[in-house]
Structure formats: structure tokens, C-alpha cells
Design a protein around this ligand. Sequence first.
Ligand SMILES: *Cc1c(COP(=O)(O)O)cnc(C)c1O
Length: 415
Amino acid sequence: MNENGEWETHWGSSAIVSVWKTSTDMFSTGYRIKKQEQEYILHSYGRVDVALSHGKNAEAWDVEGKHYYDFTSGIGVNALGYCDEGWVKAVTEQAGKIQHMSNYYYCDKNTQLAELLAKNSGLCRSFFCNSGAEANECAIKIARKYGEKKHAYKIVTLENSFHGRTLTTLAATGQDGFHRLFTPLTEGFVYAKGNDVEDLKAKLSDPEVCAVLLESVQGEGGVVPMEEDYLKAVRALCTERDVLMMLDEVQTGIGRTGYFFSYQRAGILPDVVTAAKGLGGGLPIGVCIAGEKVKDSFAPGMNGSTFGANPVVCAGAVEVVSRVSKPEFLKKVQEKSEYFKERLLKMPNVEFVRGRGMMIGVKVKDKDAHDVLNACAKAGLLILTAKDLVRFLPPLTITKEEIDAGLAIFAEQIK
Ligand SMILES: *Cc1c(COP(=O)(O)O)cnc(C)c1O
């Protein structure tokens, strides 16, 4: 939301300016696509003036053949970049075998993925769905069920958080701007200040609280990391008060921060974890993983999803998880992150840099982040914003050469 309290700029992640300003050629493919979009798609997105056609790792081309470095990976989704060979093979082979079956039947790729996730998370059992919001819905159901016997139903989330777009995950999202126009939302959410142990203690003194749900690095909120000590304190308090600690790793999970799950950096184990964005390597999947305490939460019929655990998507996810969870892979993400941040800090107009792994926010001096985004797109670099920061979520497989080339364009645009 802008200073006047207007709703316009509140479209979340890639909230940007708008429609085709530069494609003036009325016979171009780009023009046709943009006109169709205006006419036939509900206007819930502010779009950048780019119509992408294909890509390879951190590079992409638009329908006119223009080249870009892509430091967004589709908002942290294409974990292995565009069209990674192993991922394409896994997905196409599965599509040629069996593309979907209902959850009435056992599915090999699905069970393989669940085992990989359990082994790499320290948690126990997965529920698969199709998006981050749906994964959080599942976590919220687990929490409600956990608290049911002692009549505890409230969930503490953090101010400035983002948990999704369904009416319940909007309620969980601790930003008033998202709530306007859509009330009444699901009740029972209480908002605490991030990195403030005392405030959390106060909120947890209410016996009706059954869980805490938080991001370890607030993504849409402006790449705001929670301190390691804070996460440890949350863990300890949740145990002490017998409430669930639930981490929303929809953006931070699957190697994004240089750890398979970001909580592994702090050496803690939450009771419930959700993931989505990077998990499918580009296909829609969400997961809610339950730890020991809540692994028996559901009996048949208590939750479900028609498309959840789709074999094609799971085949892609198995490829992503088997590769990203390797210590060498994660170490490289950490090294590239340091390299990326050092290069940014050398730019005179960079005020500060924050974030972890391949989730990096930059405050540019005297420039609006959206203006920078549009200028970069014109110059051949795709980036994101988050609040007043420029945000980079490049593929985890980005090469040093791609970092150099993309950041050279960025440096030029913020001069
Ligand atoms: C993107 C995001 C979501 C919502 O995911 P969808 O797949 O868009 O529903 C939830 N939580 C966090 C932390 C996110 O970054």
C-alpha cells in the first residue's frame, strides 16, 4: 500500500507498474499477447513489460527474441533454473507413463518424495497439495486439531508476514493492507512483532493459543531475517507452553537460503513446516510436513486435494530435492551468495544488502525499487521487489558468469 493508503501497489511479490508502454509495434506478438491479457484476464497482476518465451538456467528470451538475465526464477520457483536437463527428463518421462492418478491409489514418485523430505527435514510425514497457501491451510488445520481438546484455537503470526491469498492465509498474513475489502476473514489470528521475544511471550500467555506460524526470513515483507537467537527462543517457548512451532518455508525452503530448510541454520526443529515455491522446480506443488508430535493428526477424510501429489510434479520434485539436498550443492549456494552480496556492496548507490543464500534484498539510494525494476527489464535483467527493496531470487544453479553479467546491468541502472 502507498503512503496515501491506496490499494493499487499492493499486489504482492512483483507489484509493478503496468501495461505495455514500450511495445509500440502493433503487429508484434508481444502486442497481441498484452492486448489479449488486458481483455481476457482479470486484472489482479501489475505486469512488467515482458512476454517471456523460453529460457536456459538464469537466461531467458522474450517472444521477440530479446535476451534477459533472469534473477527471479519465477519468484523462487525454478530452483534448478529454466529447463534443467535432469528435471526435464524426469518430468517428461513421467508424463509419458502416467500423468495423474487419484489419491485412492499408491504413487511411487509421491512416496519417494515424502521419504526424501522426511530424511532432509528431520520431520515425519507429508501432506501434498498445489500451492504455498494450501500448504499453510493444512498447517493451520493441524494446529486447530492439536488445540481442539484444550479449546485452544488461536495462532500467533508475525507483523509484516505473508502466508498466502486464501481467506484464512490472508488472515494469517500480518499486514492490514491485504485484509481490506475481503473481510470478514477467518478468526483466531494474533500478530506479534518479529525478533521480539518479550512480545511473543506476552502473546503466548493466552491459553487459547495453539500454535505459532512464522517465516524465518520474511520474503514479501522485504527480505527481513529473523535472528538465530529469536528462532531458538521461539522453539523453547513453544515447547514450554505446549504450542506448535510452525515454519512457513514456502519461500525460504528447498535450498533457497543455503540450507535445505532455513531452520537448519539455527539448529532447531519445528513441529510443522510448509514448503512450495522451489519444491517442484517449476510445477505447482505444496507440502505440509508434520513432525513427531503431530504426525498422526489426520485420519482418512480429514484433508485432501484432487491434484495434490500429482506424479509428474512429484517426479520433478524428486529430482529437485535429491540434488538440492546434497551438502556440496548447498555449500555452493552459500558461496555464490557471498559473492553476489560482495559485488552488490561494491556499488556506490547500494545503501544496504540483506537476506540469506539466494534470497537477497537491496536498498538502492534515492531510487524507487519499481523504477529500478522497470529500467532493468528494459536493459535485459529481470528482478523483483519486496516493499521498498529490490529483491533477487535467482535460480540456485546460477553460475558466477551469469551473476557477473546480470549485476553489470544492475550496476549500470542504479548509477
Ligand atoms: C509465496 C508465499 C506463499 C504463498 O504461496 P502460493 O503458492 O502463492 O499460494 C506463502 N508463504 C510465503 C512465505 C510465500 O513466500
